[in-house]
Design a protein around this ligand. Structure first.
Ligand SMILES: Cc1cc2nc3c(=O)[nH]c(=O)nc-3n(C[C@H](O)[C@H](O)[C@H](O)COP(=O)(O)OP(=O)(O)OC[C@H]3O[C@@H](n4cnc5c(N)ncnc54)[C@H](O)[C@@H]3O)c2cc1C
Length: 230
């Protein structure tokens, strides 16, 4: 939809990867719609995933006993977070929609993306108490997790080896985005792109482009335990 702002947080080392192609499809389709699209290409940026003291510039609240949550909250209030975190927070603040594009690593997101969550979604910026879940500080935004797997779709069903794919999405969608108030759109999953034919991969890319055409009409999922563990 023209005028909407989208931030794609993208984690893959290789531009020619399938994830790279999914990211490119999204950039192209959303720009075609007149959206303003920003990409945080985490590996290309060499994004620092570790939550450390270096995230605080200048004054440390309690140098005797460093507490990351407290220090980042206080630093956020006085404008004392490191510039790379501030930069990402600005992108989040401006975005209507956050798309996370990544390959599934150990039933989760790659460490570099987890580090983005750890460092960017600071208390006071993304959530507070009592500003969490439906009252989270990012409550007027949407998020969509778009990812690829190594294992085929049938292994990610209830009672099968990997279990229902929705189990894995609980910490990602619910524990981070919903916790911060963000409404979550249905995930977009491409199963086992390495193991299918070239033609099937092209179909997956076309299906992603097709979905994006009507994305703004979608209703968020009911991000509660029933959706994940029914
Ligand atoms: C540390 C680690 C942990 C992992 N944990 C899990 C796990 O828990 N569960 C699980 O299921 N998997 C797991 N995996 C596997 C991983 O999820 C897959 O390898 C990954 O999702 C595949 O996506 P990709 O973008 O890297 O594929 P790629 O290998 O980059 O792409 C697949 C194929 O698509 C081709 N391609 C790229 N662009 C196009 C295009 N435009 N048109 C047609 N073809 C194209 C590529 O050339 C390649 O041949 C893990 C992998 C690692 C490294």
């Amino acid at each position: 939809m023209a005028g909407k702002k989208v931030l794609i947080v993208y984690a893959h080392q290789e531009p020619k990867s399938f994830n790279g192609s999914l990211k490119d499809v999204a950039v192209e389709e959303l720009r075609k719609q007149g959206c303003s699209v920003t990409v945080s290409d985490l590996y290309a940026m060499q994004f620092e995933p570790r939550a450390t003291r270096n995230d605080i510039v200048g004054h440390v609240h309690n140098p005797e006993q460093f507490n990351y949550i407290v220090e980042t909250r206080e630093a956020y209030k006085r404008g004392g977070l490191s510039s790379d975190v501030v930069e990402e927070q600005k992108k989040v603040q401006e975005a209507d929609l956050l798309i996370f594009q990544f390959p599934l690593y150990w039933f989760s997101m790659p460490a570099i993306m987890k580090g983005w969550m750890d460092r960017v979604l600071v208390q006071g910026f993304a959530y507070g108490f009592p500003e969490f879940y439906d009252s989270g500080l990012l409550k007027n935004k949407l998020a969509l997790f778009s990812f690829t797997t190594g294992s085929p779709r049938e292994t990610y069903t209830k009672g099968n080896t990997n279990g229902d794919i929705r189990y894995l999405l609980w910490p990602l969608q619910h524990g981070t985005m919903h916790f911060c108030g963000v409404k979550v759109l249905a995930p977009h999953m491409c199963f086992a792109p390495e193991s299918v034919s070239e033609g099937q991969r092209k179909e997956m890319l076309t299906a992603w482009a097709q979905r994006l055409k009507t994305l703004w009409k979608e209703e968020p999922i009911n991000c509660s335990s029933e959706w994940y563990f029914k």
